[in-house]
Design a binder for this molecule. Structure first.
Ligand code: GLY
Ligand code: MN
Ligand code: MN
Length: 434
């Protein structure tokens, strides 16, 4: 994104908060162990408004000032920069990132209270307890000066109220990045289908995914990749990815890359030996039918609940027909019996965060989908290895997940190019697709 995009976003936020001041700290640094840090990734709200990816920064937008955009940043430090790489510093914050005013982060304690001389402040309490303390101290400082006639915050609002409504609706520029992320993710899934075979470990397939992500310029996976074979496919948040794959297993891969700070989120399930067994195929086609039903239900005005119900109806009927749960179907749905094998929801918003922000409810009711929103559609069926069901179905886990843009007319599957039908998947497993 270029600077004009961030400038326009800040303009829209300023318009929405006026009169008021918004304060966003950068993402905190997370310790991995001892003196090793986790890879740093900027907070999505912060990046959305600035494109600035340095730690120990604070962004302030103030409608009270002629020059509204203020950035606190780490100062230049030639000695540290030898170790960690260049910093923008105060000059760079202004010249490269468009800040009207920039400060060294060390001056926050004295400068932030001055910026809070206003009645309405947008700040997300509880997200970063360490920064909460800094913010509280600044607040106390302004309030203490109220008797000298200084205005102080009497109204505190979560900035998500403004920011997340904007982030929910994707611009053409954002969709270009999401489409690029999906193109890389498509190549990764196709390569994984070609690479998996009995006698290999799950992590060998994970390395194929990571190889494609990085080779094509993705910064990182958008979340921890799930590469679960055999019974591991039924473990929803399986992350070890260390099992030796067997002939006759299904392999469930839930993996998507991040590109330019935008996530993709894709699941495919395929036979490790390249050919679905009869029972696997039956379950797979049922989940696929559910997914198509949910994709058709995705349109402006529908809710994520409607999208979910479309999958539940197909899956519950299938479960009854296969003898996995007791009928009749209407009771199986009403009594939530289907949840034994389909226990999660079908959709979430997708964007800069994999479980993206945006209001899901309005006045206590599910919020209708709007054109310009991207959601996932990801039904599945997970039958534990020890389930009391006909033997051929035990230990089968299937999920199929695509990323879908809500359009004026209905929907567009942004991940349409990733093999999905039984024939396409088996062809990819034979290495016939690239
Ligand atoms: N990969 C996370 C999810 O599917 O929601
Ligand atoms: Mn998902
Ligand atoms: Mn997923």
């Amino acid at each position: 994104m270029n600077q004009s995009t961030y400038r326009e976003r800040r303009r829209r936020v300023l318009e929405a908060i006026s009169p008021g001041v918004l304060v966003l700290p950068s993402a905190p640094v997370a310790i991995r162990n001892n003196d090793v840090e986790h890879e740093y990734r900027q907070d999505s709200d912060f990046y959305y408004l600035s494109g600035f990816d340095e730690q120990e920064s604070v962004l302030v937008l103030s409608s009270e000032r002629e020059q509204p955009y203020h950035l606190f940043v780490r100062k230049r430090d030639p000695e540290r920069e030898v170790w960690d790489g260049p910093r923008a510093g105060v000059d760079g914050a202004k010249a490269e990132f468009g800040a009207d005013q920039a400060y060294e982060i060390g001056t926050l304690e004295t400068e932030l209270p001055k910026l809070l001389e206003t009645e309405r402040v947008y700040y997300a309490f509880g997200r970063d307890p360490a920064f909460d303390r800094v913010f509280f101290a600044a607040l106390a400082n302004v309030r203490a000066r109220a008797k000298t006639g200084v205005r102080y915050p009497v109204e505190l609002i979560d900035p998500g109220k403004v920011l997340h409504k904007l982030r929910l609706l994707k611009s053409g520029e954002e969709l270009t990045l999401m489409t690029k992320a999906l193109d890389i993710t498509r190549e990764a899934h196709v390569a994984a289908m070609g690479a998996a075979e009995p006698g290999k470990y799950e992590y060998e397939v994970e390395s194929v995914l990571n190889g494609v992500f990085r080779r094509r310029g993705s910064e990182r996976p958008a979340y921890g990749s799930i590469v679960g074979s055999g019974p591991n496919a039924t473990v929803l948040h399986y992350r070890k990815n260390d099992r030796l794959m067997q002939d006759g297993d299904l392999l469930l891969i839930d993996a998507g890359c991040e590109y330019g700070y935008y996530a993709s989120d894709i699941t495919r399930t395929f036979p490790v030996n390249g050919t679905f067994s009869e029972a696997q195929r039956r379950i797979y086609e049922l989940v696929l039918e559910a997914q198509f039903a949910s994709i058709r239900a995705t349109r402006p005005g529908a809710t994520m609940d409607d999208v979910h119900k479309a999958s539940v109806e197909v899956l519950a009927r299938g479960m009854v027909e296969l003898g996995l749960i007791e009928g009749p179907v209407s009771d199986a749905i009403k009594d939530l019996r289907y949840r034994k094998y389909y226990m999660h929801k079908t959709s979430h918003y997708l964007g800069m965060d994999v479980h993206d922000v945006g209001p899901m409810f309005e006045n206590g009711k599910p919020r209708p989908l709007q054109a310009g929103t991207v959601i996932t559609v990801e039904p599945g069926m997970y039958i534990p290895a020890d389930a009391d069901v006909p033997e051929q179905y035990r230990g089968i886990g299937v999920r199929i997940e695509d990323d879908v843009l809500v359009t004026d007319k209905g929907q567009r599957v942004l991940s349409a190019g990733i093999p999905k039908t039984v024939d396409e998947v088996e062809a990819a497993c034979r290495g016939e697709l690239t």
